[in-house]
Design a binder for this molecule. Structure first.
Ligand SMILES: [Zn+2]
Length: 296
């Protein structure tokens, strides 16, 4: 049995899985503000479980999986600089593994959906931000620091200000905030309450809303082509809340992707929607426990 935890900026999701990744017990708790409270939440989830063999935690930022330190967590700053692995191993008295949340989503989708039938895969999760993870030759692409910050590949050096402190990152265009900002600039300052309002307007034939999603889809296509040129995955999976709106942007994304990918790689990379959707991270945590324990 594995205790799988996904720490998000809003909620902490947990799930007890068997060794095949089946979820036996699921829980969602609001993310507290202090680091010690986060440890307490995870501790109390563990207390409710009879027994488990290991725990894996999906972290919403950059971490050092081997040493267990969280290095950069802009959306949940209380985690930055903390050694989450060591602190949880002390309180849970079990092996604990940590990894970036989008990387674990990639691993979950690869392990439980592709089941190892392909070699290389990229996973993008598009919501508040744009996260990414990759599997290369059947293994999660990671190192002494978690890799693959797909949202921060640079599209335009003098472009929009990004939360990371740089300008023109893919995430500033291809995310919920990016869509709302594009709509604002295309409509001369009109504010959309949320992204669903723009989506529904586009579906109802509003030209500015439709153009907003075309701009989003175009940037996404360019970004995906850049990533595909480096790793040449058999497929790129799209997950996260915005993937639910694919009917309105995906055709344009595919067109721009195909136009920008390196000629030798054309028609080798398919683009698909994620199957596991928002449980991919927890599934990846389960897969991480399984692969780590089998290597001990
Ligand atoms: Zn950035």
């Amino acid at each position: 049995m594995f205790l799988c935890i996904d720490i998000g900026g809003t909620n902490i999701k947990s799930c007890l899985t068997d060794t095949e990744g089946n979820c036996l017990d699921r829980m969602t708790v609001r993310t507290p503000e202090m680091y010690e409270e986060i440890l307490e939440v995870i501790g109390s989830v563990a207390d409710k479980i009879d027994s488990f063999d290991a725990c894996a935690v999906a972290v919403p930022g950059t971490c050092a999986p081997e040493t267990g330190e969280v290095l950069f967590c802009p959306n949940l700053v209380c985690l930055t600089g903390q050694n989450l692995k060591n602190d949880l191993e002390k309180s849970l008295e079990k092996p604990v593994f940590i990894e970036n949340d989008a990387n674990l989503a990639a691993l979950g989708e690869y392990y439980f959906v592709e089941k190892g039938n392909i070699k290389n895969m990229i996973f993008l999760t598009i919501g508040t931000g744009l996260g990414g993870g990759a599997v290369l030759n059947g293994e999660l692409l990671t190192s002494d620091i978690s890799l693959f910050e797909a949202g921060h590949i640079n599209l335009t050096p003098d472009g929009r200000q990004c939360g990371c402190g740089k300008r023109g990152c893919l995430e500033t265009y291809a995310s919920i905030g990016g869509i709302i900002q594009t709509y604002r600039s295309l409509s001369n300052g009109k504010e959309a309450e949320n992204v669903n309002v723009i989506y529904n307007a586009a579906k109802a034939g509003d030209k500015v809303a439709a153009l907003t999603f075309e701009v989003f889809g175009g940037y996404l296509g360019v970004g995906m082509a850049s990533l595909a040129n480096i790793l040449v995955p058999e497929n790129i999976k799209i997950g996260g809340g915005i993937s639910e709106m694919s009917d309105i942007f995906l055709p344009h994304t595919l067109k721009i992707f195909s136009k920008n990918i390196y000629p030798a790689y054309k028609n080798r990379v398919s683009i698909e929607l994620s199957t596991l959707k928002n449980t991919a991270g927890l599934s990846g945590a389960s897969a991480l426990c399984k692969t780590k324990l089998s290597n001990i």
